[in-house]
Design a protein around this ligand. Structure first.
Ligand code: DGL
Length: 347
C-alpha cells in the first residue's frame, strides 16, 4: 500500500523540483506515482515527452544517447533538484549520457527506475521474474544485470514487446480496435512469459495497460500462471527512493497495494506541472488523458532544434525558445513563453 507521507517525512525531503522525461506519454505513469506518494505537496514537475522521436525502443543506442544528452541538458536549465529517466530504454542503453549531461549541473540528482526496482526485488524476491520491456531494454539485459549484481538467484526472462508503445501512444486506448490489438499483443507476450511469478512492467508505458494484463492473467490465460502473477511497477520503487523512504512491500499481497492509487481529480492542471512535447500538443494531451484518466494542464510544444542547441551548449534564451515554438503551426497557446534559460519561476 502506498503510505501516506507524513509532515515529518516531507520536512526531511530535499527534492523540490523534479524533471522527468520519456519518449512519449509513458513517463506519466512515473509522474502519477510521485504525485500519489507525495500527494504532490510542495513539489513542482517539468515533464518532457519526446513524441516527435518516439518510439525509442528499437532505435540505435548512439541515437538514443544523443537524445538523452539533449534532453537532460535542456532539463537542467530548469534548476531542478532531480531528474528522473522515466524511460527505461534510455536508462538501459544511455545512462552514461544522462550522467554526463547532469554532471554539468552539479546540484541535480539523477534517477532511473531499474536500480531501485532491483533493490526492491531482492528485498522480497519472487522465484522467477519476467520483464516486459522494449526490444532495446530486453537486449541490454539491464534488469537481469541489476538483479544479478544484487545476488538475485531466481530466473529472469526479459522480453521485448514492441507492439504496445504505438498503441498506447495512439490516443485510442479504450476504443475497440485499439483494445483488440492490445489484447492480441498482450496474449502473445504473456504466452512467452508463461510460468513466471512476478512481472516487471519494464517500459514506463506498460503500467497504463496493467489492468488489461491482470484481466488476461485472471481470465483466459489463467492456466499459464498457476501461482498467479504479481505485477511490479518500477515507478513504485523509484518514488520511495527519490523521497528517501523505504518502499513498502515490493510484491503486494492479496488485496493490498494497487499498482498506483489515483491522484486527486484534475491535479495535473495546477501550476505545479509543466508539460512539454516535441510532438503535437493536442495529440499528446489526448493520449495522456486516455492513459491517466484525467486531463493535463496546458501542453507546450518544443522544437527538437531547441533540444539540439541545449546539448551543444549553445545558449538557449527564452526568446529563442518561444520563437521555435511559435513557428509550429499546430500550437494553440500562442502567447506561451518558455523560460528554459531562467526558469526560476513556475507560474
Ligand atoms: N517508455 C519508454 C521505456 O520505458 C520508451 C518506449 C519507447 O519509446 O519505445 O522504455
Amino acid at each position: 500500500m502506498t503510505k501516506k507521507v507524513t509532515e515529518d517525512r516531507l520536512y526531511m525531503r530535499t527534492t523540490k523540483r523534479i524533471g522527468l522525461f520519456d519518449s512519449g506519454v509513458g513517463g506519466l505513469s512515473v509522474l502519477r506515482h510521485l504525485v500519489t506518494v507525495t500527494e504532490g505537496e510542495g513539489l513542482e514537475f517539468v515533464y518532457l515527452g519526446d513524441a516527435a522521436r518516439c518510439p525509442y525502443g528499437n532505435r540505435a543506442k548512439a541515437e538514443i544517447a544523443t537524445f538523452v544528452d539533449e534532453i537532460v541538458s535542456w532539463l537542467t536549465s530548469f534548476q531542478l533538484d532531480a531528474i528522473v529517466m522515466a524511460c527505461n530504454t534510455s536508462a538501459a542503453v544511455a545512462k552514461d549520457a544522462a550522467v554526463a549531461a547532469a554532471s554539468r549541473a552539479p546540484a541535480v540528482k539523477l534517477y532511473d527506475l531499474i536500480e531501485p526496482t532491483a533493490d526492491w526485488i531482492v528485498a522480497n524476491p519472487p522465484k522467477s521474474v519476467g520483464v516486459m520491456s522494449t526490444i532495446n531494454t530486453a537486449n541490454s539485459k539491464a534488469f537481469s544485470k541489476a538483479l544479478a549484481a544484487r545476488g538475485y538467484q531466481g530466473s529472469v526472462v526479459e522480453l521485448g514487446c514492441p507492439k504496445l508503445v504505438p498503441l498506447i501512444e495512439s490516443g485510442r486506448l479504450g476504443e475497440s480496435e485499439c483494445e483488440s490489438a492490445l489484447s492480441l499483443a498482450l496474449t502473445e507476450y504473456l504466452q512467452a512469459l508463461a510460468g513466471v511469478d512476478a512481472l516487471i512492467l519494464g517500459c514506463t508505458h506498460f503500467p497504463f495497460v496493467a489492468d488489461r494484463i491482470e484481466n488476461l492473467v485472471q481470465g483466459q490465460l489463467k492456466a499459464l500462471f498457476p501461482n498467479g502473477l504479481k505485477l511490479i511497477d518500477p515507478a513504485h520503487a523509484l518514488a520511495f527512493q527519490l523521497l528517501g523512504l523505504a518502499a513498502p512491500n515490493l510484491i503486494p499481497q492479496q488485496n493490498e497495494a494497487p499498482l498506483a492509487a489515483e491522484p486527486q481529480a484534475n491535479c495535473y492542471q495546477s501550476d505545479a506541472f509543466r508539460f512539454f512535447t516535441t510532438g503535437i500538443a493536442s495529440d499528446f494531451a489526448v493520449a495522456a488523458e486516455r492513459c491517466l484518466g484525467q486531463p493535463l494542464g496546458q501542453v507546450q510544444e518544443l522544437a527538437v532544434s531547441v533540444l539540439e542547441r541545449a546539448a551543444s551548449n549553445e545558449s538557449v534564451t527564452s526568446q529563442q525558445s518561444s520563437k521555435s515554438i511559435e513557428s509550429l503551426e499546430s500550437i494553440k497557446l500562442q502567447n506561451v513563453a518558455i523560460d528554459v534559460a531562467t526558469s526560476g519561476s513556475f507560474a
